[in-house]
Design a protein around this ligand. Structure first.
Ligand SMILES: *Cc1c(COP(=O)(O)O)cnc(C)c1O
Length: 406
C-alpha cells in the first residue's frame, strides 16, 4: 500500500506551481466515460476530452486492460532495446496509413520536432545545405518547444524567448497564391494542420491542400501534416488526410493516440526515414512499452467502422443543437469543424469572450474548450453516449441562456 496522503486544494496551485497556467476553480479527481467528478463530488460532463486526448473517454475497459497487463510486465527499457508493444503498434500504424516507418515520441511537440528535424535533414542531404526553409501557416499551432513555436504561426507563443529558429516563413492559411509566392528550391517542407485546432477549428480547403501537394512535388519539398489534434478518428476518418484523399510525406500524431497516456508518433516513408540514420535523433521514453501497449489497444478500438461512423453521427447531433442554440441566443455565428472536432465561433457582440462562456459552462457542470478568444471548441470522447451529448448540450444551453439574458 502507498503511504497516506495529505490534502491539497486549488489555492495550492497559486503558491507552488509555475504560474504559466490558469486552471479552473475545481479539481477533477475521477473520471468514467464522459463524466468527471471533482473534489466536492460534483459530477461534470466532459466535452473537452483533455483537449482532444481522451478519445475513448475516461477508464475505457480496453485501455484499462492493456495498461494493467503491460504494467505487470514491463514499463520502460529505453531505445537501447526495442520492445514488443512498440513493434506491434508501429505495424498497426503502417498497415493503416500511407507510412512505411514510425518514430515514437511522448508529445505532439516532440513528434513535430522530429518531423521538422527530418525535413531539415532531408533538405541538407539532398542539397548540400541550401534547402532548409520551412513554410508554415499563420495562426497555426505545432507545440511549445522553441522549434515548434518558431514554426507555429502565433507570435504570442514565440516572442520574448530570444532569437527564434531561422529559416521559417509564415503564409496565410488557405491562400494558395501566397504559398505559391513563398515556395522555392530552398523550401525543405510545407507544414500544415489539415484542420487548424488551436487556431479556431478551421478546416483546410480541398483545393488548397491539393495545391500544396502539387507545389511540394514541383519544388521537391516535403508536405508535413500535423495531425496531432485532427488524427486518430477525430474527424470520422483515422486521419484527416484520408478525408481529403491527399497524402503527406510526413505525418505527426499525438493527443488521442494515447487516449490519455503521453504518446506520439511521426509517420513517414521508407525513402525519407533513411535520412534519420543511427544516432541522428532519439528519445529516452519514446516508444516505451507501457504507452505503446495502450496506444495499440486504442487503435484496435478506434480504427473500426463502428467507431468512425459513430463519430460522424455524433457530429450531426452536436451541429444541429449548436446551430439551434446559436440562432436562439445569438451567441454563435455558425458551426464548423469535422467529426468530433467542432468549433462554434462567437457572434460579433461575444467576440473575445470565450473564457466567459467556459466559466459559465463550468458553473453548469460542463467542461468545454476554447480555440482562441473567439471560438468555443468541442473535442469529446469519440464514443460519448447520445445521452451524455444531450445532457451536456442542455447544460450548455443553460449556461448560454444565463449569460445572454444577464
Ligand atoms: C496540441 C498540439 C500540438 C502540441 O502537442 P503537445 O502534446 O502539447 O506537445 C501540436 N500540434 C497540434 C496541431 C496540436 O493541436
Amino acid at each position: 500500500m502507498s503511504a497516506p496522503q495529505f490534502s491539497v486544494q486549488r489555492t495550492d496551485f497559486d503558491q507552488i506551481m509555475v504560474p504559466n497556467y490558469a486552471p479552473a476553480a475545481f479539481i477533477p479527481v475521477r473520471g468514467e466515460g464522459s463524466r468527471i467528478w471533482d473534489q466536492a463530488g460534483r459530477e461534470l460532463i466532459d466535452f473537452s476530452g483533455g483537449i482532444a486526448v481522451n478519445a475513448l473517454g475516461h477508464g475505457h475497459p480496453a485501455l484499462m486492460q492493456a495498461l494493467m497487463e503491460q504494467a505487470n510486465k514491463l514499463w520502460h527499457v529505453s531505445n537501447i532495446y526495442t520492445n514488443e508493444p512498440a513493434l506491434r503498434m508501429a505495424r498497426k500504424l503502417v498497415d493503416a496509413t500511407f507510412a512505411d516507418r514510425v518514430f515514437f515520441a511522448n508529445s505532439g511537440a516532440e513528434a513535430n520536432e522530429a518531423a521538422f528535424k527530418l525535413a531539415r535533414r532531408y533538405g541538407h542531404d539532398v542539397s548540400g545545405g541550401s534547402r532548409y526553409e520551412i513554410i508554415a501557416a499563420t495562426n497555426s499551432f505545432h507545440g511549445r518547444t522553441l522549434f515548434t513555436v518558431s514554426v507555429g504561426g502565433q507570435p504570442k507563443y514565440s516572442e520574448g524567448f530570444g532569437p527564434k529558429i531561422e529559416g521559417i516563413t509564415h503564409v496565410p492559411y488557405n491562400d494558395l497564391d501566397a504559398l505559391k509566392a513563398a515556395i522555392s528550391e530552398k523550401t525543405c517542407a510545407v507544414v500544415l494542420e489539415p484542420i487548424q485546432g488551436e487556431g479556431g477549428v478551421l478546416p483546410c480547403d480541398q483545393a488548397y491542400l491539393q495545391g500544396a501537394r502539387d507545389l511540394c512535388d514541383q519544388y521537391g519539398a516535403l508536405l508535413v501534416f500535423d495531425e496531432v489534434q485532427s488524427g486518430v478518428g477525430r474527424t470520422g476518418h483515422l486521419y484527416a488526410y484520408m478525408h481529403y484523399g491527399i497524402t503527406p510525406d510526413v505525418l505527426t500524431t499525438a493527443k488521442s493516440i494515447g487516449g490519455g497516456f503521453p504518446l506520439a508518433a511521426m509517420l513517414t516513408t521508407d525513402k525519407l526515414a533513411a535520412h534519420l540514420s543511427v544516432g541522428t535523433h532519439g528519445s529516452t521514453y519514446g516508444g516505451n512499452p507501457l504507452g505503446c501497449a495502450i496506444g495499440s489497444a486504442l487503435l484496435d478500438v478506434v480504427n473500426t467502422p463502428e467507431v468512425l461512423e459513430g463519430v460522424k453521427t455524433r457530429h450531426n447531433r452536436f451541429r444541429t443543437a449548436l446551430e439551434a442554440m446559436g440562432s436562439k441566443y445569438g451567441i454563435f455565428s455558425g458551426v464548423r469543424g469535422m467529426g468530433l472536432l467542432i468549433g462554434a465561433p462567437l457572434s460579433e457582440p461575444w467576440k473575445g469572450r470565450a473564457k466567459e462562456v467556459l466559466t459559465a459552462a463550468n458553473e453548469e457542470s460542463l467542461m468545454v474548450l476554447q480555440a482562441g478568444p473567439d471560438v468555443i471548441r468541442f473535442a469529446p470522447s469519440l464514443v460519448i453516449s447520445e445521452a451524455d451529448i444531450d445532457e451536456g448540450l442542455a447544460r450548455l444551453e443553460r449556461a448560454v441562456a444565463r449569460i445572454t439574458q444577464a
